[in-house]
Design a protein around this ligand. Structure first.
Ligand SMILES: NC(=O)c1ccc[n+]([C@@H]2O[C@H](COP(=O)([O-])OP(=O)(O)OC[C@H]3O[C@@H](n4cnc5c(N)ncnc54)[C@H](O)[C@@H]3O)[C@@H](O)[C@H]2O)c1
Length: 311
């Protein structure tokens, strides 16, 4: 199969592309290497595979380039987005244009080129206000950040394109993903690097917020299962490791044998209090189950950070 991975130079996209290539597929990557975090890191993400893929350095907002990327592909994995809650609070219009109009461009190009399957990278941020935990896919969707709104709007466009034009579009609600090559703006990355230097770990709010951490290999497996078996519906992909920010900081300190102090600063607007996933639907319909327990995942991630520092 020839598969387009949008945002394929990013954290999740590059891992998905690598695995699909290993499985014998042809890969096209479309990514604009924007400077949300250093583009050098994104180029490095592709080091192992750059000679075996077709790379288009372009924006999902450029319709003609998207169509060019989609041509002759069998399916699309749409990972490109302005990720991150905090930046969406500061720049809601930017998030909206990339995540909503950009997604619409990808769907329209898919429709015009006769693509039948698109996997959409959504987010647990679509849930927002908590009615019950863990979140199942029928939990109300009341996002509390512009980022969450943009992903929910993306899901609605996916459903409507499926109903109007017959594309099959599984929507994956990823829960806080971590592991090698994690986005540098995420707390887990900052904690790890600072702990290794015995520098303070900065905790926003009181540290009692919790996240359901999901290891990257589980996300890659779920994304590829959705490509092969997913229907037009939302699936939670969460690791089942609900850990508070304080617990995360403690675990990282232990693993790195660090003497870092914990320092507390102001809360972040738009950040939900807790996330926790019920993944029964993905288990039943995709045959997916998370495999990596948080302590093991953190240790693997630590090993990778040490190796990457020595390169
Ligand atoms: N990492 C997580 O915990 C997490 C959780 C939930 C959902 N998601 C979603 O998963 C997807 C991948 O996230 P990630 O953590 O790998 O982020 P990332 O920022 O590492 O990857 C996104 C990639 O998309 C590219 N991109 C951004 N805007 C683009 C544009 N206009 N045109 C072309 N390329 C563009 C970026 O250059 C980047 O390489 C995103 O859709 C994100 O919203 C991530």
């Amino acid at each position: 199969m020839r598969i387009l991975v949008t945002g394929g130079a990013g954290f999740i996209g590059s891992h998905v592309a690598e695995k699909l290539l290993e499985q014998g597929n042809e890969i096209v990557i479309l990514d604009n290497f924007n400077n949300y975090y250093p583009s050098d890191l994104k180029r490095k993400n592709l080091d192992k595979i750059k000679d075996r893929i077709t790379l288009l350095e372009a924006d999902i907002l450029e319709m003609e380039r998207v169509k060019e990327a989609v041509k002759n592909c069998d399916s699309i994995i749409h990972e490109a987005a302005q990720a991150g809650v905090r930046i969406s609070v500061k720049q809601p219009i930017k998030t909206s244009i990339i995540n909503i109009t950009g997604t619409l461009n990808v769907l329209q190009a898919a429709k015009e080129e006769g693509i039948k399957k698109v996997v959409f990278a959504s987010s647990s941020s679509v849930y927002g206000k908590i009615h019950h935990l863990p979140f199942d896919e029928n939990h109300p969707t009341e996002p509390i950040s512009p980022y969450g709104v943009s992903k929910l709007a993306g899901e609605h466009y996916c459903r409507v394109f499926s109903e109007l034009y017959g594309l099959e579009i599984p929507m994956l609600r990823y829960f806080t993903v971590y592991g090698p090559r994690v986005r540098p703006d995420l707390a887990i990355n900052k904690f790890m690097h600072n702990a290794m230097k015995n520098q303070p770990l900065e905790i926003y709010g009181d540290g009692k917020k919790s996240r359901d951490f999901t290891y990257i290999s589980d996300i890659v497996e779920g994304t590829i299962l959705a490509l092969n078996k997913g229907k037009t519906t939302s699936y939670n992909l969460g690791g089942g490791n609900k850990v508070t920010v304080l617990e995360l900081a403690q675990k990282i300190k232990e693993i790195t044998n660090s003497s870092s102090e914990l320092v507390f600063s102001g809360d972040v607007q738009g950040d939900v209090q807790h996330t926790s996933s019920n993944t029964e639907k993905a288990k039943k319909e995709l045959g997916w189950q998370p495999k990596v327990y948080i302590d093991d995942g953190l240790r693997k991630y630590y090993e990778w950070v040490k190796e990457a520092k020595n390169e």
